[in-house]
Design a protein around this ligand. Structure first.
Ligand code: ATP
Length: 867
């Protein structure tokens, strides 16, 4: 049915069986049955079985499988079986974690899935885009994604970016007239809109003609790749680390193997040493634990109203050193009330509003006409600035709908934040009047006359100065000032941007948008955390500075800069100046991208908020683009890495604080796993170099690495959020997690655990029974690693952060301990794990030696680490 562009609205409505009120409930059911949902089919998702087999593709697992095969050839069948069992358990755990992480990410995506505004049963409602049906009447505003194909039936300067379909980056002006041509390309179908494009300007009404796979994009797109999350920088660096580690292990194992053969040991024993070493070193649980901690972290952030759309954001949050935030709605409440009106050379206070003169009424009527907001008893729909004007009308007993009916709108030029103006053309009695409202500086420069109670006069320089003074006065109190002007036009003229000049200024309306209560504390929190908060706003410099001062962003007037000043300086100059500027006023979205870049070039990690369609490039340029969930457009949300469901600046600060914790917890988990493995490696190498028997069977090490170590690692990842983390400076994003300092700590703590293990091994060897010795070495290694979980909870001593403040670690200790007891005491298990029954004294040694690293590390932290 691609010929809809040739048909007029009425004919299409007939074909689709739609009435002016849109689809009704009955038709919705019918259409749903006929067309289904508006979605593109996704490529088939991987099944659980596929995910399970994917786990065996891991390089380290492959090494284990090779070891298992060689063991089998050498006749060590028990080892082979145990390795296979453990690798299988590992794969099952990996599969469960993969599916869980995917589910949690999908549920996050569902939270920020797109919506659409449609007319159903005669009422405009918002529905999830997937519920759009053929025949729906769809409303499009600037910043909306077009989520179905349709015929344009009304347009108010509607412009659409169709680059995803046509490759053309310029926006297309949409029209309603039929096009009487054959087979024209998508780009030429000016009276149609297509799914996958977005509204860059204006607004329009669409009659939906095709949905889902029937849309043009559905026809050309191959099946969508199933939503696949790219690996985060941390995951990538861990993968690389894993690969390097594997190579190192193979090399060391080979050397040890060669050394033993050279010494004349039997091949089997030498090989078992090499296998034990490989198994000891491979941190099997590492990557799945990082994934699971990241996934749990995103869930926690979602509860705090920050929806993470790109997983890498969770990691970068902790490195943010600059937050560039919008003012209106993010730092302020976005609840505006008119405080003052300036007209006919006098300022009228809010508590004294009445018809002083006819001209005052005229200004208020203009404010209601050049306005799209509607209020009912319990609902306010529309831009808060315009809602405030509607409420002002109520004070004058003027109902917006009545006024708008009396003076119908003929045309409009929508508001946009680049131009900072909005105009409508209305019929007023027998005249046709264009009403323009917007930022005073812009509007005044386009005005040539002024309306007073005594008629229209030319606008002289002295008038301009006086009005600017009034504006300054109002702005200094933190009021947001809107200016109003008008112009007579011919009834049938089609107006465009060129008409917004030679205006007749009439007055100002000043409104208050108080800062959010939490903003002040959040700003203070930022500053103490070494993060620079920057306000970027389209509002007037004086208003912005007044609010910025109240909440602590700005100390000195010289820290504020205006958009036009920004335009005058080069990128280089901006880079050198940017650190001194805390407030950017009267900026347009293009300026935002320069500000982000300037900060980034100074080596900062920048978060930037945005809501409009023009903010998308800056949101993408920022290290973390943050879109507003309530007021943000779909395009902005799509470009962002994070969406705030409450539009609140303090949520960003909370997210950063939690992001820092999540990163610290991941780092601690990794440290726990690697230090434990280091202990295993040191013990094996020690035994090999000193010509002692192998201290552990591979199964011992697999038991520890996979079972008893996994739980504490996750428990450490769940360490509660510590407020002190906001007293530190942001983490340097260029310093890798596995740096020298970290490696030294891992090595030292690993050495301590190895020391206890080796002593236990020697005590065991002194009985003359190698099985007793290896049982003691294994038990000590296992138990001390469980205790070591407490050491890895924080940089600080557990006595400072609270011994019981992370119950998960206690829980993991108890479970791990019970598992160990089971292996040591229950007969069939004892055989599988090749352990001997020990004496009470020997158990005593194991416990004592296992607690040793905990005691030493805690004493060290108590004495040397003071916060
Ligand atoms: P922020 O950028 O912090 O969200 P803002 O809402 O002031 O702040 P814009 O929406 O870009 O930024 O508005 C810029 C200016 O345009 C405002 O200061 C005001 O003068 C004017 N303005 C805002 N809304 C409207 C509107 N609906 N109609 C006409 N002019 C408007």
């Amino acid at each position: 049915m691609s010929e809809f562009y040739r048909k007029p609205k009425e004919e299409i409505m007939n074909i689709l069986g739609v009435s002016d009120g849109g689809l009704n409930d009955e038709e919705v059911l019918k259409q749903r049955g006929k067309y289904g949902f508006n979605e593109l089919e996704e490529a088939k998702k991987k099944s659980a079985i596929q995910i399970f087999f994917d786990q065996f593709k891991d390089f380290l697992v492959i090494i284990l499988l090779v070891a298992a095969t060689i063991s089998a050839f050498l006749g060590k069948l028990e080892s082979t079986i145990v390795i296979l069992i453990v690798v299988t358990i590992n794969a099952i755990l990996g599969t469960i974690q993969h599916i869980k992480a995917e589910q949690s990410l999908n549920s996050l995506k569902a939270l920020s899935s797109p919506t659409a505004k449609v007319l159903r049963n005669g009422v405009k409602i918002e529905i999830p885009s997937r519920e759009i049906l053929v025949g729906d009447i769809l409303y499009l505003d600037a910043g909306d994604y077009v989520s179905a194909d349709g015929r344009v039936i009304e347009t108010y300067s509607l412009q659409i970016n169709e680059s995803s379909l046509t490759g053309e980056s310029e926006s297309v002006n949409k029209e309603i007239e039929t096009i009487d041509k054959d087979n024209i390309t998508i780009g030429d179908r000016k009276n149609m809109v297509f799914s996958g494009s977005f509204v860059t300007y204006g607004r329009g009404v669409i009659l939906v003609t095709d949905i889902g796979m029937k849309t043009e994009i559905g026809k050309i797109a191959n099946l969508l790749e199933s939503t696949k999350e790219k690996k985060t920088p941390l995951q990538v660096s861990l993968d690389n680390f894993g690969k390097k580690l594997a190579i190192a292990i193979i090399a060391i194992s080979a050397v040890i193997f060669a050394l033993d053969i050279f010494r004349g040991y039997p091949i089997i024993d030498s090989f078992m040493f090499a296998v034990a070493l490989a198994v000891a070193a491979i941190p099997e649980a590492l990557s799945s634990i990082v994934t699971i901690v990241l996934a749990l972290g995103t869930q926690k952030l979602a509860k705090l109203n920050a929806i993470v759309r790109k997983l890498h954001a969770v990691e970068s949050l902790g490195s943010i050193s600059v937050i560039c935030s919008d003012k209106t709605g993010t730092l302020t409440q976005n609840k505006m009330t008119v405080k003052k009106v300036f007209v006919d050379d006098r300022i009228i206070n809010h508590d004294n509003l009445q018809y002083h003169k006819e001209i005052e009424k005229k200004l208020v009527i203009m404010a209601l006409l050049c306005n799209d907001a509607v209020t009912t008893e319990n609902k306010e729909i529309g831009d808060p600035t315009e809602v405030a004007l509607v409420n002002l009308g109520e004070e004058y007993n003027l109902d917006e709908l009545v006024v708008r009916k009396e003076h119908p709108r003929i045309a409009e030029i929508p508001f946009d934040s680049d131009r900072k103006l909005m105009s409508t053309v209305n019929k007023i009695d027998d005249k046709t009047l264009m009403i323009t409202k917007g930022a005073l500086d812009v509007l005044l420069s386009r005005s040539t006359s002024i309306e007073t109670a005594n008629g229209v006069k030319p606008l002289l320089e002295e008038h301009k100065k006086e009005i600017e003074d009034i504006n300054r006065q109002l702005s200094t109190d933190g009021l947001r000032v809107l200016a109003f002007a008008s112009k007579d036009v011919e009834e049938n003229e089609t107006i465009n941007l060129d008409y917004e000049k030679d205006l007749c200024f009439i007055g100002l309306i000043a409104m208050m948008d108080p800062p959010r209560e939490e903003s002040k504390d959040a700003v203070a929190n930022c500053i103490s955390a070494g993060i620079k908060p920057v306000m970027i706003t389209g509002d007037h410099k004086i208003t912005a500075s007044a609010i910025a001062k109240q909440i602590g962003i700005l100390k000195n007037e010289s820290e504020a800069m205006e958009g036009f000043e920004l335009e005058k300086i080069s990128d280089e100059e901006l880079k050198s100046k940017v650190a001194e500027i805390s407030v950017y006023a009267r900026v347009s979205p293009e300026h935002k991208i320069r500000i982000v870049r300037a900060w980034q070039e100074r080596g900062n990690v920048v978060a930037m908020t945005g809501d409009g369609v023009n903010d998308a490039p800056a949101l993408k340029q920022a290290d973390i683009g943050i879109a507003m969930g309530i007021t943000g457009t779909e395009v902005a949300k799509d470009a962002a890495a994070m969406v705030l469901t409450d539009d609140n600046f303090s949520t960003i600060v909370k997210a950063i604080s939690n992001g820092r914790s999540i990163y610290a917890n991941i780092k601690n988990s990794i440290k726990f796993l690697l230090s434990g493995n280091t202990a295993g490696i040191i013990s094996v190498i020690y035994a090999s170099l000193t010509a002692l028997p192998v201290p552990f069977a591979p199964v011992h090490l697999l038991f520890i690495n996979l079972l008893t170590d996994s739980l504490p690692a996750i428990a450490i990842g769940l360490e509660p959020h510590n407020q002190n983390i906001m007293k530190e400076k942001p983490r340097d994003i260029n310093v890798p997690i596995l740096n020298k300092e970290f490696a030294i700590e891992v090595a030292l703590e690993g050495f301590l655990i190895a020391l206890g293990t080796i002593i236990a091994f020697h005590i065991g060897l002194s009985t003359g029974d190698n099985v007793v010795a290896s049982t003691m070495a294994f038990s000590t290694l296992c138990l001390s690693r469980l205790f070591h979980g407490f050491n890895c909870r924080s940089k600080e001593s557990i006595f400072r952060i609270g011994v019981f403040s992370n119950q998960f670690v206690w829980f993991s200790l108890i479970i791990g301990f019970l598992l160990l007891v089971a292996v040591l005491m229950i007969n069939p298990l004892m055989q599988v794990f090749e352990v001997a029954r020990l004496t009470l004294t020997q158990y005593g040694y194991i416990c004592g030696l296992s607690v040793m690293p905990l005691v030493v590390v805690q004493l060290y932290k108590l004495i040397f680490i003071r916060k």
